[in-house]
Design a protein around this ligand. Structure first.
Ligand SMILES: Cc1cc2nc3c(=O)[nH]c(=O)nc-3n(C[C@H](O)[C@H](O)[C@H](O)COP(=O)(O)OP(=O)(O)OC[C@H]3O[C@@H](n4cnc5c(N)ncnc54)[C@H](O)[C@@H]3O)c2cc1C
Length: 614
């Protein structure tokens, strides 16, 4: 009761509102100030931007750097690379736009104090692979956050944004957002002329391999809760490629990264019997995907596919051969440091399981699927492209504006642009911000109108789980199970089970079909109804409740897209048992969806893929 009586409503006005202060959000905040010297720029973050987002604990490599100053790669090369890895389907205009600007972002990071390793012989940045450069990245996020803090008019930490606000004077125009402070419980109303959503990707929509008390041990950050998708979806923005969930091959149990091992240490994999296995699956894979298997590098999903088939054939576990490389003391040091910079948990797992990679080849595993827009995958919002490069069909407004006026996005939020990673996400934040400043300037003295009724109605909805708990707990005489409410964790586990069993998770070896997807949608519909009965005993649980809302809506979107695309485009990420082959004749296209909040209905359509780079 006291939580309700103490609750304040805080109204914040801004020109540009950045939601999420991760890599893209920090880039958007920084660049908004550069172009909008006199504008009011507000960044709102559910954690603390100092250490928030997927980069929170640091990284060991920046995975997207062209090296144009040394003529190492050109933006067109990166477009070809991403297109190849995504089996032909990327927004080349958006990818090119990031690639042509990403080097300048990395140079800024170095100027701000990020230690980037140098090749002692050439003096250039130390390459881990063709696109990756190696960093001492423990303080990567604090360095990036400092620039954003200095650029912002205000940064609001510890505020979870739950809904966007729409303009009451003009249909399909955004007007701000609402949320609550996860520490004080205050209700926040942000009114803004332009909104840039940078709220990261989605973990925990599929059942993870580690459950129970280990459930936080996922590859993707457990706090990435699909807000980047749910917020635009609810506002009616079109989404793209949401079926393109990603599955990662990583070191078992700790999900430690394998990139530096493959690329820098030149380690390789073998099956449980010490045999090379990838070539064995060549003919089989060729029958499914045609000459995509002959591309270089072999697309990420197809490498997963060979791994999965070998395990299904009973020849697991798959191991990384580290014993050879680790005899070299330099490589051994690099191998361990790789974890210390970003996934220290993997080193702890090896220590606790008596694995010394110099003596034992460690096991690999494939992760549960995640939804992201910035890795070897490209789920997210459908965005307008750059004026000088995008085909006219991809241009309906300002660069990186979604199909809702004034609503921009960057990083994991924006679909169709794989392989942007940390530096590319930051760069896309900058690109979106520049466009958002133009949008605000073009608006002149006009200002979107926020309806008081709208946000007061949302306030009631947002805090309802606290009320459900306060009333419902009186019915409990012992234990924690209530006849009147469901705790967020129970809802989350139900969601993960549905997605796992019906939409192609680990328990079905990523396999699904139309019948399973239809049933999955029915069960998701029932879960959605039950979300009205969520109970939250405190503000932490209230946050969990709203994270669950966002995850469920994003999951529904993933399921709809998976049903719509009648082919298996990315074997190794997921399989349609009823359409087991890649079908370029009918499905060399993007999938788009749009949600109608009033009817609860989804509309799906195809959009053309334009190959701009030869
Ligand atoms: C395990 C792992 C390893 C990686 N390794 C590398 C690597 O080696 N090199 C590399 O370059 N890239 C790497 N990446 C990719 C990189 O981390 C991402 O591309 C990048 O962080 C995406 O930026 P983003 O801003 O979209 O999301 P994030 O950086 O995750 O930021 C999202 C932000 O939004 C906030 N937020 C979420 N929901 C809300 C809400 N409702 N209200 C308010 N705030 C909210 C979050 O707290 C977070 O701060 C890795 C990613 C992962 C997960």
């Amino acid at each position: 009761m006291s939580l309700f009586s103490r609750r304040k409503t805080v109204v914040v006005d801004s020109d540009i509102l950045v939601i999420g202060g991760g890599m893209a959000g920090c880039g958007a905040t920084y660049e908004s100030r550069y172009w909008g010297r006199d504008l009011k720029i507000v960044c709102v973050e559910k954690a603390n931007i100092e250490r928030s987002g997927a980069v929170a604990q640091g990284l060991y490599a920046i995975n997207c750097y062209m090296g144009m100053q040394w003529d190492e790669n050109q933006p067109e090369d990166h477009v070809r690379y991403a297109r190849n890895d995504l089996m032909g389907l990327v927004r080349e205009d958006l990818g090119y736009d990031i690639a042509r600007h990403v080097d300048s972002t990395v140079h800024k990071f170095e100027e701000w104090g990020l230690p980037i390793m140098r090749d002692p012989e050439t003096g250039r940045y130390q390459r881990e692979g063709k696109w990756q450069i190696m960093i001492h990245g423990e303080s990567y996020k604090p360095i990036v956050a400092e620039a954003a803090r200095k650029a912002a008019t205000e940064v609001y930490n510890r505020i979870m944004v739950t809904h966007l606000l729409m303009d009451k004077s003009k249909a399909n125009r955004v007007a701000g957002a609402v949320g609550f402070n996860v520490r004080t419980g205050d209700f926040y109303v942000f009114r803004a002329k332009a909104v840039i959503v940078c709220a990261g990707g989605a973990s925990h929509i599929f059942k993870p391999r580690a459950v129970g008390e280990g459930m936080g041990r996922t590859w993707y950050a457990p706090w990435s809760s699909a807000s980047a998708y749910a917020l635009p979806i609810l506002a009616g923005a079109k989404m793209t490629q949401m079926e393109n969930r990603i599955v990662l091959t990583r070191f078992k149990d700790g999900y430690g990264p394998v990139g530096a091992y493959f690329l820098h240490l030149k380690t390789y994999t073998e099956n449980g019997y010490g045999e090379e296995y990838e070539s064995k699956w060549y003919e089989h894979t060729k029958q499914l995907v045609g000459d995509y298997i002959d591309r270089h590098p072999v697309p990420t999903c197809l490498r997963n596919h060979a791994f999965l088939e070998e395990v299904k054939a009973g020849r697991g576990p798959i191991r990384m051969v580290t014993k050879e490389a680790f005899q070299d003391p330099h490589k051994e040091t690099v191998g361990w440091e790789n974890f210390l910079g970003m996934t220290i948990g993997q080193a702890v797992v090896w220590a606790s399981q008596n694995i010394d990679p110099k003596l034992i080849n460690p096991e690999l595993t494939t992760s549960e699927p995640y939804v992201m827009g910035s890795h070897a995958t490209c789920s997210g919002a459908w965005a307008s492209g750059p004026a000088d490069y995008a085909p006219s069909e991809y241009q309906w407004g300002y660069n990186r504006m979604m199909t809702v006026d004034g609503l921009f996005g960057a990083g994991d939020t924006i679909g169709g642009t794989a392989h942007k990673f940390s530096s590319g996400s930051y760069t896309e934040g900058r690109i979106a911000a520049k466009a958002a400043v133009n949008y605000v300037n073009d608006m002149g003295n006009e200002r979107p109108q926020v309806s008081e009724d709208d946000y007061q109605g949302l306030e009631k909805v947002i805090f309802q789980p606290l009320e459900n708990y306060r009333v419902g707990r009186n019915e409990i005489v012992a234990g924690t199970v209530s006849p009147s409410y469901m705790m967020p964790l129970n809802g989350l586990q139900r969601l993960e089970k549905i997605m796992d069993e019906y939409v192609g998770g680990i328990s079905t070896f990523y396999m699904t079909n139309d019948k399973l997807l239809d049933r999955g949608l029915e069960l998701l519909g029932m879960l959605k109804e039950d979300l009205n009965q969520l109970g939250a005993e405190d503000l932490h649980q209230l946050q969990r409740a709203w994270e669950l809302h966002h995850r469920v809506l994003a999951s529904e979107c993933v399921t709809q897209h998976t049903l719509f695309r009648q082919e298996t485009r990315w074997p190794g990420y997921y399989y349609r048992g009823d359409f087991p082959k890649l079908d370029d004749t009918n499905w060399h296209c993007f999938t788009l969806s749009q949600y109608d909040q009033t009817s609860g209905e989804w509309t799906l359509e195809k959009a053309p893929v334009y190959h701009i780079v030869d």
